[in-house]
Write a protein of this length. Structure first.
Length: 119
């Protein structure tokens, strides 16, 4: 069975690009664009990994990540944050993410990080 990846990015073109790249790498991918959809999507889709932008329509990916990581039902799911922020800006808010990838990034680098977090 292919690993399931949930992508949360409020920029639909970014979400689609990430989804297409990961599907091309044989992952089962679902993408959502609204922060308020995260909880139900995690419950329904049961992802093996969550790829989430930091800057969202309503919310901050770091805070959403922390909520997932402190919830007993979801703390086991690896979270990869993506951002266009500088590293110093991204780390101003403490987060429990398993990894962060900084834009712009190559799709090869994305795949490498995803594969290492799933395995």
């Amino acid at each position: 069975m292919n690993s399931k990846i949930l992508v949360l990015d409020d920029d639909l073109s970014n979400a689609d690009a990430i989804r297409l790249v990961l599907e091309d790498c044989s992952f089962n991918v679902r993408s959502i664009s609204l922060a308020e959809e995260l909880s139900s999507a995690v419950q329904e889709f049961e992802p093996d990994l969550i790829v989430m932008d930091i800057l969202l329509d309503k919310g901050d990916g770091r805070e959403l990540c922390n909520a997932l990581k402190t919830n007993q039902r979801t703390c086991h799911i690896p979270v990869l944050l993506i951002t266009a922020m500088l590293e110093t800006q991204a780390k101003r808010i403490f987060n429990l993410a398993d990894d962060i990838i900084y834009k712009p990034f190559s799709y090869n680098k994305l795949y490498t990080k995803v594969a290492s977090l799933i395995n």
